[in-house]
Design a protein around this ligand. Structure first.
Ligand code: GDP
Length: 455
C-alpha cells in the first residue's frame, strides 16, 4: 500500500552491480537525519540546497564508506521536499548498511514510485508527466524516448488543462443559470461554449488518433513477413536482422513456426515476424504454423508481402487475407537477381507498388527500409511531436470525445441546461483524469505501482 504521509522515505535509486550506488532520502527532516551519520567539512544541516558534499558515512566511529551527498531543499527538489542523494560505492553490502542505519533512525522504505508520487502530490509534475517518468526509464529506442520525453516536458497536458479550465468557467455559468431557472436568464455565452467545445473536440480527436502510432513506436512496430513457401522470407529476415536466425532452405515449409526478432533501425524498434508460408497442406505441423501466420497477420502494423520474381499475378496474391484499415501492406518482389538484366531494370522502374529486392544479395534493402520508416511515420515522433502512447490516456480521450460530441449535439438541439451541464462535466472529468486534477486512490495506486522502487 502507498502511504499518504510525511514520513521520511528511503530507497536505492540504482540497480546493484554498477560502480556507484545512489540512495535517496526524502521528507521533512531528511537532511538532518543524514547529517547524523555524515562526517565531512561542513554539516549537511547547514548546507544550502543543490550542493554537493564529500565526506564519510559513519556507524559510530566506524567508516561505512566515503560518499558524495547531494542536498536539495524544499521546494527545489524532485519530490518538492527536503531530499538527500548519497552516492556511495556500488556494493550491495554498503547500500544495505546505509539504508539500515537510516531506517533505524526513523526512515521508512519507499514504495514503488513513491518519490514520483510525492512529486505529483506537491505539484511538481502533473499525472501525465509523472507517468512519462516511468516511460522514460523504460524507453529503449530513440522513438519511444522522444515520445516520453515530450510528454514529461508537459506535452499535451498544459494545453488540455487550459482548455479544461475555460470549460470549467463556462460550466459554472451554466449551472448558475439553473439557480435562476424561473427567470429565463443566460449567463453562459452559447457561441463561446460551442467554439470551446469544438476546439477541445479537435484537440482530443487528434490526440486519440495518434495513439495507434504512439503505441506501436513505444512497444515496437510489428512487421509480418508473409508469402508463399520458398519466396525468400527467412532469407529476408536474416538480411534485416543481420544474422542467420531463421533457417533458410530450398525445401518448402521449412519455417514451420513464426520467428520473431526485434531490431532497432534508425531509432525505431521493428519486431519482424517471419511466418510459415501460406499454402494448403496436409501436414499437421505445417498447418499449425500457417494458423500462427494468420495470427501474426492480425497483430501486424505493417505486412511485408513477399512474392518471387518468377511469380505471375503478384499484385492480387494476398491468399485471401483482408487487411484492417490501419494495416499497411508493402509488396515486395524478391529474387530479382534471377531475372535477366533487362527484366531487372523494368522491375526497378516499375511504379511504386512493388519494391524489388534480392534478399540473398542485399539489393533494394535500403529502399525497403526507407519505405518501412515512412509507413511507421516515425519522423514526427522523432521530431518531438505530441503523440499519445498511454492506453490510459487513450481511453480517457475516447470517453472525453464521446461526451464532447454529446455536449455539442445537446447544445445545438436545445437540450435542457441541466443535462447539457452534466455532459460537459463528463468531458471535464475524463480530461481531468489525464492530467490528474481528477484522481482517486485506485488510479494513483495502479499508476505508481508499475514504477520501480527508488523512482
Ligand atoms: P521461405 O520459405 O520463404 O522462408 O524461403 P527461404 O528464405 O528459405 O528461401 C528459399 C530459397 O530461396 C533458398 O534456397 C534461398 O537461398 C533462396 N533465395 C532467397 N532469397 C533469394 C534471392 O534474393 N535470390 C536468389 N537467387 N535466391 C534466393
Amino acid at each position: 500500500m502507498i502511504h499518504l504521509d510525511h514520513d521520511i522515505i528511503i530507497a536505492p535509486a540504482t540497480a546493484t552491480g554498477g560502480a556507484l550506488c545512489i540512495i535517496r532520502l526524502s521528507g521533512e527532516g531528511a537532511i538532518e537525519m543524514c547529517d547524523s551519520l555524515f562526517r565531512g567539512k561542513k554539516r549537511l544541516a547547514e548546507a544550502k540546497g543543490a550542493t554537493l558534499h564529500y565526506g564519510y558515512i559513519m556507524d559510530g566511529e566506524q567508516v561505512v564508506d566515503d560518499v558524495v551527498v547531494s542536498v536539495f531543499r524544499a521546494p527545489h527538489s524532485y519530490t518538492g521536499e527536503d531530499s538527500i542523494e548519497i552516492s556511495a560505492h556500488g556494493s550491495r553490502y554498503i547500500a544495505n548498511r546505509i539504508i539500515s542505519l537510516l531506517t533505524s533512525r526513523g526512515a521508512r522504505l519507499a514504495e514503488a514510485g513513491e518519490f514520483t508520487r510525492r512529486a505529483f502530490m506537491s505539484g511538481k509534475l502533473d499525472l501525465s508527466q509523472a507517468e512519462a517518468v516511468a516511460d522514460i526509464i523504460a524507453s529503449d529506442s530513440r522513438a519511444s524516448h522522444a515520445i516520453a520525453s515530450t510528454q514529461m516536458r508537459g506535452g499535451y497536458s498544459e494545453e488540455l488543462r487550459s482548455l479544461r479550465d475555460k470549460l470549467l468557467h463556462i460550466c459554472s455559468l451554466l449551472e448558475l443559470e439553473l439557480d435562476f431557472s424561473e427567470e429565463d436568464v443566460e449567463f453562459a455565452d452559447r457561441q463561446e461554449l460551442s467554439r470551446l467545445l469544438n476546439e477541445l473536440l479537435l484537440k482530443v480527436r487528434s490526440l486519440a488518433d495518434s495513439f495507434s502510432l504512439g503505441n506501436a513506436l513505444k512497444h515496437g512496430v510489428n512487421v509480418a513477413i508473409v508469402g508463399r513457401p520458398n519466396v525468400g522470407k527467412s532469407t529476408l529476415l536474416n538480411r534485416l536482422i543481420g544474422e542467420e536466425r531463421a533457417m533458410v532452405s530450398e525445401i518448402a515449409g521449412t519455417t514451420r513456426d513464426s520467428i520473431e526478432e526485434s531490431v532497432n533501425i534508425e531509432g525505431v524498434i521493428y519486431r519482424f515476424i517471419d511466418t510459415a508460408g501460406l499454402h494448403s497442406t496436409d501436414d499437421r505441423l505445417e498447418q499449425m504454423g500457417i494458423e500462427r501466420t494468420w495470427k501474426a497477420l492480425e497483430k501486424a502494423h505493417i505486412i511485408l508481402w513477399i512474392a518471387d520474381s518468377a511469380d505471375r499475378d503478384i499484385e492480387n496474391d494476398l491468399c485471401g487475407f483482408i487487411p484492417s484499415p490501419e494495416q499497411r501492406i508493402i509488396h515486395v518482389i524478391n529474387k530479382i537477381d534471377l531475372l535477366a538484366k533487362e527484366d531487372q531494370l523494368t522491375t526497378e522502374n516499375q511504379d511504386e507498388k512493388f519494391i524489388p529486392i534480392s534478399a540473398k544479395l542485399g539489393l533494394g534493402i535500403d529502399k525497403l527500409l526507407a519505405e518501412l520508416h515512412t509507413i511507421a511515420d516515425a519522423t514526427n515522433a522523432l521530431r518531438g511531436d505530441v503523440i499519445v502512447s498511454s492506453q490510459r490516456h487513450y481511453e480517457a480521450l475516447r470517453k472525453a470525445q464521446e461526451s464532447l460530441v454529446r455536449s455539442l449535439d445537446g447544445l445545438h438541439n436545445g437540450t435542457p441546461t441541466d443535462l447539457l451541464s452534466e455532459d460537459i462535466r463528463q468531458v471535464m472529468y475524463h480530461i481531468g483524469t489525464i492530467t490528474g486534477e481528477i484522481n482517486s486512490e485506485d488510479i494513483l495506486k495502479s499508476i505508481f505501482s508499475s514504477f520501480c522502487i527508488g523512482k
